[in-house]
Every structure is written in structure tokens, then in C-alpha cells.
Design a protein around this ligand. Sequence first.
Ligand code: DAH
Length: 353
Amino acid sequence: MSLLNEIEPLKQTALADLKAAADLAALDQTKGAWIGPHGKFTALMKQLGTLSKEEKPAAGKLINAAKVELEAALAERRSELESVAALPKEPTDFSAPGRRRALGKLHPLTQVTEDIVRSFRKIGFVVADGPEIEDEYYCFDALNTPADHPARDSQDTFYLAESSPAGTGKGGAAAPGEGSREKPSLLRTHTSSVQIRVMEKQPPPVRIIIPGRVYRRDNADATHNPTFQQIEGLYVDKDVTVGDLKGTVEFVFKELLGGETKIRFRPHYFSYTEPSFEIDFSNALVKKLGKEWLEIAGCGMVHPQVFENVGYDPEIWTGWAFGFGIERIAMIRYGINDIRLFYENDVRFLKQF
Ligand code: DAH
């Protein structure tokens, strides 16, 4: 058989071999056997030189075309085998049970906060915010709380080391004209400090609520925790009365704790309100605890001195403020008997609400 006639059958066998290679290693071997330096097809090319002058061009053309075809077949098989190699080793078992994606829930304290905020929004209040690292001015002085007040005792509050973190407002390095304002030096004991920060920044009227974390030097037990959450409210306008305060609190508490909820005001003392009250409420939940009334919040009419401190004219402006603990409400609402459960992040507990 002449060389010319050998080309086509040899090419067909080579193509079949390449297609049959079962994996990349086998493909490399097949490649070597055919078009490697000692391959059968390479040997054929070497024989070209033995042909006559007339036969050479036709044979050369055929061999080149066959070589191009073999290389294309090699590349195609290689990419096929590569994509097979990239597949997972184990076949997919479509009958295996799916992976359940657990849906999260809002923390019960967040739920209560959001409910309260929603009620206040209905009557025109907006949410305000302030720093948790405070100075004594915003936490106490501006709220008319004297230096010898027990709340300022180092046993009652967390005081910080000297260095003052940035971004805590006017309480930081004193700006010109601010006199002897102190450096941020404590963790706020109540959200009432934000009342001052807001009033300093905006002229009246004011209608804000301030949810936020506060800190006290309390040992943790079933009803205390060194950090807890409060909601503060502040309303400033002309001719504001205790009746407005009572009506507002009643509206919000009925929304939060049920329509049959009753509230009552008891006289109390806070240095930043005058007169001041404590708010008790009563409903089926309270009765379940074997009580008639449960104390829930402090409140009162904003003290004229507080208005003076922020530059509001107390002859023109009147207002009320209140503050209460979120945990307390959540505990009553959900029948939780230990405040520490809120902070343990035990999903079995959190899932229930
Ligand atoms: N700041 C008080 C506390 O932490 C609560 C409070 C009482 C807030 C009376 C007020 C208020 O705004 O007027 O116990």
C-alpha cells in the first residue's frame, strides 16, 4: 500500500483512539502514541521524504490536513474530559432531604421597642438617638441633678478612664465658649441625657422618643442587669399640661398592653421634672402576678431649669417627659420571670416570642 493510501485509515484510527480516551491521563498517552515525537502519525510524516517528486505535494497536503484534524479532535476531547473532572466525585442524590433554612425572629426586646415606637409615630413623635458614652453634664447637671445626688456615686455608674473617645458631641474636648464642660467619662445611666442633646440642637416644639441602652452598676439577678434598655419621651410646646401627658401615656399603654389597661399617676420626685410622677398600670397580666398595680415608668412636667439649660424660654415653653424600662414591659407582656434570659442568646428561649 502506498503512503498516500495509508493516511486516511491511520487518521480514522487515531481519531477513534482520541475519542475513546477515558480520562486526561489516557488522553495524554494516546496523544503521544499518535502525534508525539515517536508517534505513528509522526512516523508517517517522516516517510514523506521517501516519496517521488510527483507524489510529494499531494501526500504533504493530505498529511497536514489530517494533522490539523487530529489536533482539533485532541483539544475537543481534552475540554470534555476537563469538565467531567470538575464535576463532584459523588453523584447528586436528588432524594436526599433538603437543608432547612431557619427563619430568624426579632428579639423580644426589639419587638416591644418597635411596638412602642409604632404607637408614638401614630401621634406625631419621631425617634431620636444619642451616645451611650456620656459626660456628667448631659447625664446629670443639665438635668438639674446636683453633684451630691446618689445617682452620681461611682458605685451607681460606670466611669471611664480619662481618654475621651471621638464623636460624643459637645461633651468632648471643650469648644471655645463652652466653659468647663466635662469630658465623656461615664456610661449613661438613663436615656434622659438625649433630651438635652436634642433640645440643644433644635428649637421647640419637640416631639421625640428615644429608645436606647443604659448602664447601671447593678449586680445581675432576676430583676437587675448592668445594662438594660429604656424608652424616653419628650414633648415640648406651648400650653402643655399633665392632662396631655396622661392622655398620651394611656393611649400608648392601651395599644401595648391591651385595651382594658388602666394607668394611675403617683406623686414622685425627679430633679428634671416638676411636678413628677411614677406611673402604675393595672390589667389582667398584673392581676395574674397577684398584684393590683405595677410601677412602670417615671414622668413629669419638664423643670423650668432644664429649659433654661438648653436655652428655651420657660415662660413660653412647657413640656412633659417620661422614661421607662423596656425589659420590664417585655417581662410582663410575655410572662418572663428572669431578666437575664434576654441576654443569654439561647435560641430555645428566643424562639418562643
Ligand atoms: N430617667 C429616669 C430613670 O432612669 C426615668 C425618668 C423619669 C425619665 C422622669 C424622665 C422623667 O424623662 O421625666 O429612672
